[in-house]
Ligand binder design. Structure first.
Ligand code: FPP
Length: 251
């Protein structure tokens, strides 16, 4: 039985978020420059987006560049920005053809103007895609996002558009960059570290977490299937008892 056959296609996670870690170590082990690890990582983004779409995943959020990544050596930051442009240029026609819609979350105003322009163009060109939404987190951190939402809500209260007591978790979530997306069902982190690294802290509240030591450039369809199979073996209780969950499933 292949790994794909072990997946219950009726219970595929609707939204998968991935922390793509290990590009640098993958390159170092091969005596390559770190940028070559990122370059290979981009090819894996292409493959995994299509594999996820084939399995029925509707949203894929990838942590491509964190707020903290701005502190990397300038040469690496430049290489990553150039890679985003290269990736967008290379992938846009295929995305349109395959129904892949691009969205972006993060403080993109910090990115070079030409990168912003190309991202915006790709978002517009792929807006009709309905097979899967590829959501890139760029210049993103959850603390930035939550602080930003709090500032926005404070402004609305100050302007009399909102009362403080009206702020509940639905209203708060609607001011986050992910307002148009369902929360991730599954978070995958490659590269062996066991942490969340300031990624989607609000949205991951009830996500299942899956960590693998595999480096992102080595991640493939089998790895994705393995993560989904593991996800499907878990019972999502959302704070309820196991009995309550089982009864609801039968109802
Ligand atoms: C983490 O590995 C990876 C990144 C910081 C960048 C990932 C970006 C891409 C794969 C390109 C995305 C672009 C598009 C257009 C989708 P690391 O450098 O932290 O690895 P290490 O922990 O081994 O040093």
């Amino acid at each position: 039985m292949s790994l794909v056959e072990k997946i219950d296609l009726q219970r595929v996670p609707q939204h998968i978020a991935i922390i793509m870690d290990g590009n640098g170590r993958w390159a170092k082990e091969r005596n390559l420059d770190r940028s070559q690890g990122h370059r290979k990582g981009l090819d894996v983004v292409h493959e995994i987006t299509n594999d996820a779409a084939d399995l029925g995943v509707k949203y894929l959020t990838l942590y491509a560049f964190s707020t903290e990544n701005w502190n990397r050596p300038q040469a690496e930051v430049d290489a990553l920005m150039a890679l985003v442009v290269f990736g967008i240029e290379r992938e846009t026609p295929g995305m349109i053809e395959n129904g892949v819609r691009l969205s972006v979350i993060g403080d993109t105003s910090r990115m070079p103007a030409d990168v912003q322009k190309r991202l915006q163009k790709c978002i517009e060109d792929t807006a009709g895609g309905t097979r899967i939404t590829l959501n890139l987190a760029l210049s993103y951190s959850a603390r930035w996002e939550i602080t930003h939402a709090a500032q926005q809500l404070a402004c609305e209260v100050a302007q009399g558009k909102l009362k403080p007591e009206e702020i509940d978790d639905t209203i708060f979530a609607s001011r986050l960059t992910t307002a148009q997306l369902p929360d991730p069902d599954l978070l995958i982190r490659t590269g062996g570290e066991l942490r969340i690294s300031n990624f989607l802290l609000w949205q991951l509240s009830y996500a299942e977490l899956y960590f693998t030591s595999e480096y992102w450039p080595d991640f493939n369809k089998e790895s994705l299937c393995q993560a989904i199979i593991d996800y499907q073996s878990r019972e999502r209780r959302y704070g309820k008892t196991s009995e309550q969950v089982t009864t609801n499933e039968k109802a």
